[in-house]
Write a protein that binds this ligand. Structure first.
Ligand SMILES: NC(=O)c1ccc[n+]([C@@H]2O[C@H](COP(=O)([O-])OP(=O)(O)OC[C@H]3O[C@@H](n4cnc5c(N)ncnc54)[C@H](O)[C@@H]3O)[C@@H](O)[C@H]2O)c1
Length: 398
């Protein structure tokens, strides 16, 4: 298979690029290294230092006997011609689209960050749509969405579509979305644009509504962690919750639970992300089909995760405590949550569920690198309800 990975320098994109290359596929990986700029602006960094994108590709190609990974540095939101030319030349069978600004807190930091996120994500996907329509017709697009698109409705969450009976008539509609941040909204906009492209232009799209990913290791990374590590974030801007708890346990900081901790979401191991994307690629959507898979393997509340990490940390002799802090987000802290996720197991997914052994291994790996942890960026600094300070207007003043 000829497969293009957009966002190939990222936490998921780099392991995905190696995963497909190691299985004999022809891989073209594209990134603008924009995440590194966002990290620098936020003053955060991944746990393990990672080499520049071209260098990590060169390292892989030097050490791996199979087909080399090709790479290109292109901003898909601002360089339509660059994206068009490289994809027209490569003619992929499948495109995996990870190349978006992925942080909800970043998108809620202020006007500039919200505009940056929406322009980058929505226009990047639109550019890709026109490249596909005009230059790569028939390609299967595998687009990373998020379970956060749905929010926390008081009904079961279906896989993308909902059968509705209204005033005695029936139809199948996109599942109603009620996302919790301006970042999550970009994924909703993308989904709507891509469903349109399937309906009107006959695209083949798999929208992967992914849960929260955790983990540090894949087969390819385990073989050479020093050169192949992925960009593991634990900070309050780009880090995900389980990764943060593991780091807090390793460095002796209390595990910070936002609010009551009843917020329940779907989670999956990074190894399962790679497998799900592979299963989607090997079983493409039909022409004109907008296919949605809910990509997660287990549901946990934040409190349940904190309790699991604390118990494993203590069994390793670490002093681990839990602290409830004011929730910076606007979200329900106790709610119903039952999301369907049977499509990927039906294609053959055998989940790597969260075990104590896995947590122990993650905590041990982070402990080995604890000197690299920047602990000043773990506490949240961006609040959903923040308003800019307004100058006081005194009416009638001269
Ligand atoms: N990590 C998770 O838990 C998670 C959960 C649900 C969905 N997702 C989605 O999966 C995708 C990958 O997530 P991740 O954690 O690997 O994020 P990441 O930030 O580590 O990777 C995204 C990559 O895309 C690149 N990129 C962004 N905009 C680009 C542009 N305009 N042109 C070219 N490259 C661009 C970035 O430089 C970065 O390397 C994202 O779309 C994210 O929203 C992630």
């Amino acid at each position: 298979m000829r497969i293009c990975i957009l966002g190939g320098d990222g936490y998921l994109g780099w392991p995905t690029s190696m995963h497909f290359a190691a299985r004999g596929h022809d891989v073209l990986t594209i990134d603008n290294m924009g995440k590194r700029l966002w990290e620098a602006r936020a003053g955060v960094a991944p746990l393990m230092p990672i080499k520049p994108f071209p260098d990590r590709v060169a390292d892989w190609n030097a050490s791996y006997q199979g087909k080399p990974i090709r790479h290109a540095v292109i901003d898909i939101a601002t360089d339509y011609a660059g994206l068009r030319d490289v994809l027209t030349d490569f003619q992929p069978d499948a495109i995996v689209h990870y190349a978006e600004q992925p942080s909800a807190p970043y998108s809620m930091a202020g006007r500039a960050e919200a505009v940056d996120t929406q322009q980058n994500n929505v226009i990047g996907t639109l550019n890709l749509m026109f490249v596909i329509r005009d230059h790569c017709p028939g390609v299967h697009l595998i687009k990373l969405g998020t379970m956060g698109e749905y929010g926390t409705p008081n009904i079961d969450i279906e896989e993308g579509w909902l059968d509705v009976t209204h005033n005695g008539r029936q139809d199948r509609v996109l599942f109603p979305k009620r996302p919790g941040s301006l970042y999550h909204l970009t994924k909703v906009h993308d989904s709507a644009n891509l469903e349109f492209a399937c309906r009107v232009w006959g695209f083949r799209v798999t929208d992967l509504n992914q849960g929260v990913v955790y983990g540090i290791e894949t087969d390819e990374i385990a073989a050479d962690p020093a050169n192949r590590a992925t960009s593991f974030h634990y900070d309050s801007v780009f880090g995900t919750v389980l990764n943060r708890f593991v780091v807090q346990a390793a460095i002796g900081q209390p595990l910070t639970v936002y609010g009551k901790g009843g917020q329940t979401r779907g989670y999956l191991n990074i190894r399962d992300t790679l497998r799900c994307v592979e299963l989607a690629a090997m079983n493409p959507a039909d022409e004109g089909e907008f296919r949605v898979f809910n990509q997660f393997t287990e549901q946990f509340s934040v409190q349940q995760l904190a309790d699991r990490v604390a118990a494993v940390g203590r069994s390793m002799g670490l002093y681990v405590t839990t602290q409830h802090i004011p929730n910076p987000r606007a979200e329900m802290e106790e709610h119903y949550y039952n999301a369907k996720h049977s499509a990927l197991p039906a294609l053959g997914l055998k989940p790597n569920l969260l075990t104590d052994a896995m947590l122990r291994d993650m905590i041990a790996k982070v402990t080995d690198n604890r000197d690299l942890v920047l602990d000043s960026h773990i506490m949240p600094s961006i609040r959903w309800d923040q308003r800019p300070a307004r100058p006081k207007i005194v009416r009638g003043a001269a």
